[in-house]
Design a protein around this ligand. Structure first.
Ligand code: AQP
Length: 331
């Protein structure tokens, strides 16, 4: 059985893009993989996080993932900082990674923008910590949204260079599992920008804890154009907002974009947004309700994460100890 590793930053409430790009896949992959799911709090602090909020968001995210269908007994769910192997391997990888490789990372460029000098060194080396997250478990498959594809290619470069420099076949190749539909959900306010849990505008995203009224309002306010829905996907070219809404509908209803358009061809956005609201509410509402129930017992959530961390540690410790021996650390 192949081992999966995947993570999510507790930097806010997970949004629909996190769900369609990652979480929904995680749930499905549990049937035939050994899964390690991680709340990557060390990644989260690469940009400022209020400490109290980070603690609360970590527990809330644990509740959301359980509510979405993650089985923390059969698989592993924990927070990254609880397993020191991540930081230890990340340091080794920082010394393997070339600056030129990091300079090419588009996520750093997007997040840092023009104000590069004022961002943390952590944000810059984020991809080598991500490589460490995966390879500390020798995981071979990583379900992610499309925005993480470049980081996974880098993880492979790092693993190969480590193996080559030290003359070993120690770290395996990793494969990105990117969903065929809705791999990049866009902001509801700007169809050229990805939906993000830390976007300053809450109207730009649907959060997995939003209630039906909030979802309806956000979709009603979503930016669109003045056209009607076309007959097929070709008619959505150069209409990023329209394409985004149809793509979300298709992914949640398990239909192709063309099948959605065949149903709604010629409709204006008013009725389509109503239909989309129904589809989104029926996917999200059960997760939101179960999250509220699970949040009543924070001590239980903390113990789920503690037990996950112990099991994660048991896998990662021997692998990272061996990597430390390979580089010549005295043990
Ligand atoms: N808009 C998206 N569409 C599809 N997939 C997405 N993912 C994120 N946004 C979208 C996928 O969700 C997983 C977890 O993401 P993350 O929390 O590790 O970091 P991120 O990619 O930076 O997500 P956000 O929501 O944009 O977080 P912030 O605002 O904190 O930076 C990943 O698999 C990601 O691909």
């Amino acid at each position: 059985m192949q081992r999966i590793f995947s993570g999510i930053q507790p930097s806010g409430i997970p949004q629909l893009g996190n769900y369609l790009g990652a979480i929904r896949n995680w749930v499905n992959l549990q049937a035939d993989h050994e899964c390690v799911f991680c709340l990557v709090d060390m990644h989260a602090i690469t940009v400022w996080q209020d400490p109290e909020k980070l603690r609360t968001q970590t527990l809330t995210q644990a509740a959301i993932l359980l509510a979405a269908g993650i089985d923390a007994e059969k698989h592993i769910l924990f927070n990254q900082s609880a397993v020191s192997a991540h930081a230890r391997l990340a340091w080794i990888f920082n010394c393997v990674t070339r600056l030129g490789w990091l300079n090419r990372m588009t996520q750093f460029k997007d997040k840092a923008g023009k104000d590069r000098e004022n961002h943390s060194a952590g944000l810059y080396v984020y991809p080598s910590l991500m490589a460490a997250d995966i390879l500390a478990y020798k995981a071979t498959r990583v379900p992610v949204g499309e925005d993480q594809k470049q980081h996974l290619e880098l993880a492979n470069d790092i693993a190969q260079k480590f193996n080559h420099d030290y003359g070993v076949e120690f770290f395996p190749a990793v494969e990105a599992l990117i969903p065929p539909a809705a791999a990049r959900v866009m902001s509801l306010r700007d169809g050229t920008k990805k939906m993000s849990k830390s976007d300053p505008s809450a109207q730009s995203r649907i959060e997995l804890t939003d209630d039906a009224d909030t979802i309806a309002l956000k979709i009603r306010r979503a930016k669109t154009d003045t056209g009607v829905l076309p007959a097929d996907a070709a008619g959505l070219a150069d209409r990023p907002e329209a394409r985004n809404l149809v793509t979300i509908y298709a992914a949640l209803a398990d239909l192709s974009v063309d099948a959605v358009l065949a149903r709604h061809e010629g409709e204006g956005f008013g009725p389509f947004k109503q239909a989309l609201t129904d589809v989104v509410v029926s996917a999200i509402a059960p997760i939101a309700q179960e999250t509220t129930r699970l949040m009543q017992d924070e001590a239980h959530l903390a113990s789920v994460l503690r037990s996950g961390a112990q099991r994660a540690q048991a896998i990662a410790e021997p692998i990272v100890s061996e990597a430390e021996k390979i580089v010549g650390f005295l043990k």
